[in-house]
Each structure stands twice: as structure tokens, then as C-alpha cells.
Design a protein around this ligand. Structure first.
Ligand code: S3P
Length: 170
């Protein structure tokens, strides 16, 4: 652990609904860096939506594209990169992130996550009983975000406070 002095990107990881995109945009603005959302880049490159990719080709196909997109993005510099919640599941992605940036994991309480994702039906892994799905996935991914250089529990924090903390450390 520790700050990688060659870090030229800040990579935000975390479960769905932990605020990666919101924090990422504001952080990029503060640093005058480019904001990239890996899910959005993937959708633009594939000219399709993530729900359609899951529906038509399945999750493993999506994961392959996700790794490819992430690797491509991480070739760049001075970017704040928001990753998809499951990008951390592949070891290749984790080392890629650690080697090419300062990795920040955002955490939040299950209640906060459920609240944040409940207005958005665009997440294929959260179809069905929302509370149950979130709890199951959180349990499965319990330690998946701990590889990061910095871990922030955002539950009681404002976006501004989170940005301040990251700027102070990265
Ligand atoms: C996923 C999270 C989503 C998206 C896809 C799978 C996951 O991104 O990549 O639906 O496995 O947690 P967000 O974390 O931006 O919702």
C-alpha cells in the first residue's frame, strides 16, 4: 500500500451507488483533469447499452469488454477514471489500476447504496428484489475493494469533503 509516485490517474472503484461518477466529475473539475467513466466509454465504443450487452451476450462477454476498455483508458494520463462496480473482480484489472494510478475505493452503507440505486433501473445485476440483490452482492464482494491505496466511507460525507480527502492524499 501507499502512494504510487508515478500515478498519473486517479481511479475510483466501489460498489454500485457509492458515488464514483459524482465524485469523479467534481474531482476532475478540481484538478483540471479529464473525467472518464469506463461504462460510458464502453457503451460509446460498442454502440450499445450495458443492459443490452448483458441481455444479449451475457456477463462474461461484458467483463471481457470492460477489461479491454479499462486497459485502454489507463494508457492515458491526468484522468479521473470512474470504473464499473465489478471491474475490481478481475486480478488483471486490479493490478492495471494499481500500476497506472492512485486507486481510491468508495464505500457506503447498504441503506445508502439502496437509496442511491433505487431510482435507476439500468443495472442488470440489480434486477429483482433490490434490497436482497444489494445485500447478496455486497456480501460476495466484501473484500473486493480493499486493494485500493485509499478507502473512504462516504456514508456521512458530502461530495466536497470526499474530493478534499482525495486531493489531500493523491
Ligand atoms: C456492475 C456495475 C455497473 C456496470 C454493470 C455491472 C457491477 O457500474 O458496470 O452494470 O458488476 O457492479 P456502476 O458501478 O457504475 O453502477
Amino acid at each position: 500500500k501507499g502512494i504510487n509516485v508515478t500515478a498519473s490517474n486517479i481511479v475510483l472503484v466501489g460498489f454500485m451507488g457509492t458515488g464514483k461518477s459524482t465524485v469523479g466529475k467534481q474531482l476532475a473539475e478540481r484538478l483540471q483533469w479529464t473525467f472518464r467513466d469506463s461504462d460510458a466509454v464502453l457503451e460509446a465504443e460498442e454502440q450499445t447499452s450495458i443492459p443490452d450487452l448483458f441481455r444479449i451476450h451475457g456477463e462474461s462477454y461484458f467483463r471481457t469488454l470492460e477489461s479491454k476498455t479499462l486497459a485502454h483508458i489507463l494508457e492515458g494520463n491526468n484522468q479521473v477514471v470512474a470504473t464499473g462496480g465489478g471491474a475490481v473482480l478481475a486480478e488483471t484489472n486490479r493490478s492495471n489500476m494499481l500500476n497506472n494510478g492512485f486507486v481510491v475505493a468508495l464505500k457506503a452503507s447498504p441503506e445508502m447504496i439502496i437509496h442511491r440505486v433505487s431510482s435507476d433501473s439500468n443495472r442488470p445485476l440489480l434486477q429483482g428484489n433490490l434490497e436482497e440483490r444489494v445485500h447478496t452482492l455486497l456480501e460476495q464482494r466484501k473484500s473486493s475493494y480493499d486493494f485500493a491505496h485509499m478507502v473512504i466511507d462516504t456514508t456521512e460525507l458530502t461530495t466536497d469533503q470526499i474530493v478534499d480527502m482525495i486531493v489531500g492524499e493523491a
